[in-house]
Design a protein around this ligand. Structure first.
Ligand code: HEM
Length: 570
């Protein structure tokens, strides 16, 4: 028996070594020089990643396939989505900080499915219509805040999004600008953003470091993880506990959490615990997924209006002629306000919130090549294992579909008679991702964007702020990656390349080399030569590259309240 086992193990190892040798005949991908053990860890940029990746892409080749055409993205992420819906492993944020409740970081499987299903039930295209009253009420509150003279428009947008989502998700009212839940969520998102930055923590490249005792020098990351976990846990636990408490005292308002908790109240024991955990986690995802993304898009709207006063005037003329100046617009006006809808589409296209989508790891280390489209096939080897990354910005700036892509032109979505042109690809089909991992909050996000955009346009003029020298201040194009980090240079220019790496321009193979360090890691790992283990260690070596969420800080003034009689303070 033991002999048979030994022969079996030996044969597998022999096969593995031969298999590896065959594959290693393929050339190694070029990239920055690797150090022993840590590979290219220290080369990884922690900010303005796109610039470094672009530089590397010119200097080197291969490794990451950035899909910059809708055809390639649909082929892989939609037609073959069963194979391309995974997520890379993230030891710092998921395992040490306990963010395994975040759907965006979950591995594709049953756990992800159960959370996603519950999310879908609450936020599908039909279900989100029931949130319109809350969105409208929060929008009118936003207008009142702006009317009182806002010092920080971005903060007001954060407050708006928080108010809508806390109401829908937990039935909790936000109290003032310093509301504790807004504060908790803001802090939680900051920590999650920092911890999920590619290259920020070595433990993501060497997951075994998470077992190193805390007292050993150099394990500062473990202490950070413990502190940050507490902050993140607050955003998971506290609002949920308040809703539970309200249900117990009979004061709970109808919300996603209260409805779902009532549905499971018949359950007992482990079944109840499991269901409660899914409800709690899904609710937290709603808040954490919604805030920065929506705030970023609204910030871009303000920037676009500052830079394009003509577009602002046209939208206001449309609103005045359709809604009139005697009342505020509502959701029912949407079909009759195509220019406003075109502005929302252009906001999602022009400076989309996630210029780079999420990473999807290569499906299987056993594959030698992957067919991307009918005419394109990528060769794979162990060393050139690719991560697929949809470059949303490139797709949304495709000149063939959107001529003069860097200009803000809502007209591109309109027919000559002023109606929306269905033939132009709707940015909503790109800006929220693709396939099975497509953003589940997109319907709510678009509704919230639309009502805020139309309401601000109907009541305010958005003008450049006036400086102390009585001159207009030119708006900054700088956006902050993540939250509360110093502003960095924004994508004024197409820093993410939009061309193709091949004749048809379909995708940028031979482009970014962002995973070079991870590939090196695999080569130093003792398990590397055993393909059986390779599957297990592969995800540990890959960072996700979350397209940085951009929160813009537009310096602006909302002047000349237009129909402000309708925005009277309460
Ligand atoms: C303008 C607003 C928004 C934008 C641009 C946006 C964009 C995105 C993108 C690009 C993804 C990744 C999709 C992929 O992997 O291909 C995503 C995922 C996600 N979004 Fe959004 N989002 C927005 C608003 C929201 C809102 C309002 C919510 C919650 C109510 C939300 C919840 C989520 C969740 C939970 C995921 C993870 C999905 C998964 O991995 O299965 N998002 N979003």
């Amino acid at each position: 028996m033991e002999f048979t086992l030994a022969v079996a193990v030996f044969s597998i190892l022999l096969y593995a070594l031969r298999w590896n040798r065959n594959r290693s005949k393929l050339p190694l991908p070029p990239g920055p020089r690797k150090l022993p053990l840590v590979g290219n860890f220290f080369d990884m940029p922690t900010e303005r990643q796109w610039e470094t990746f672009l530089k590397w892409s010119k200097q080197f080749s291969t490794s990451i396939v950035v899909l910059s055409s809708i055809e390639a993205v649909k082929e892989l992420f939609e037609k073959r989505s069963a194979l391309y819906s995974g997520r890379p492993r993230m030891p710092m944020v998921v395992e040490l900080m306990g963010c395994n409740f975040l759907i965006a970081f979950m591995e594709y499987g049953n756990r992800w499915r159960s959370h996603r299903k519950m999310f879908y039930e609450g936020f599908n295209v039909g279900a989100v219509e029931q949130f319109q009253p809350q969105e409208l009420a929060a929008t009118h509150e936003l207008l009142r805040r702006l009317l009182r003279g806002s010092a920080d428009v971005v903060n007001d947008f954060r407050h708006f999004t928080g108010a809508v989502i806390m109401n829908i998700t937990y039935g909790i009212d936000i109290r003032g600008a310093d509301d504790k839940y807004i504060k908790i969520a803001k802090e939680g998102i900051e920590r999650i953003s920092t911890a999920s930055m590619p290259g920020a923590f070595l433990v993501d490249s060497i997951p075994a470091l998470k077992y190193v005792p805390n007292w050993i020098p150099g394990t500062e990351f473990k202490r950070k993880a413990i502190n940050w976990k507490k902050i993140v846990q607050d955003s998971l636990q506290l609002p949920f506990a308040e809703t539970q408490q309200n249900i117990a005292t009979g004061t709970a308002r109808t919300s996603f959490t209260s409805i779902n908790l009532r549905l499971v109240e018949e359950l007992t024991g482990t079944e109840l615990e499991e269901q409660e955990a899914v409800i709690k986690a899904t609710a937290a995802n709603m808040y954490l997924g919604a805030v920065d993304t929506t705030v970023s898009a609204l910030g871009t709207f303000i920037l676009a209006m500052l830079l394009n006063p003509e577009a602002q005037k046209k939208a206001q003329a449309e609103i005045d002629s359709v809604v009139g100046s005697g009342q505020l617009p509502g959701f029912a006006d949407k079909p009759t306000l195509p220019y406003v809808s075109a502005i929302v589409k252009e906001v999602l296209r022009w400076r989309n919130v996630t210029p780079l989508g999420f990473f999807f790891p290569t499906i299987s280390p056993w594959m030698m090549s992957i067919k991307v489209t009918e005419s394109q096939r990528i060769r794979l080897s162990l060393e050139t294992h690719v991560l697929f990354l949809a470059c949303d910005r490139a797709i949304l700036h495709d000149e063939a579909i959107y001529p003069d892509p860097h200009s803000f032109k809502p007209e591109r979505f309109l027919l000559s008679e002023g109606k929306l042109n269905p033939a132009i690809r709707d940015p909503e089909t790109v800006a929220f991702g693709f396939g099975r991992r497509i953003c589940p909050g997109r319907h709510m996000a678009v509704a919230a964007l639309w009502i805020v955009v139309v309401s601000i346009l109907s009541t305010f003029n958005i003008d450049k702020a006036i400086g102390e020298d009585d001159r207009e201040i030119e708006p900054s194009h700088e956006y902050s990656p993540g939250v509360d980090t110093p502003p960095v240079q924004m994508f004024n220019h197409p820093t993410v390349p939009t061309g193709g790496g091949d004749d048809s321009g379909h995708f940028l193979a031979n482009s970014f080399d962002i995973c070079l360090d991870m590939i090196s890691m695999r080569m130093y790992c003792p398990c590397y030569f055993t393909p059986m283990f390779f599957v297990a260690i592969y995800p540990t070596s890959i960072w996700p590259l979350l397209g940085p969420l951009h929160v813009s800080p537009p310096l602006c003034e909302l002047k000349r309240p237009r129909n402000c009689v309708w925005v009277k303070a309460k």
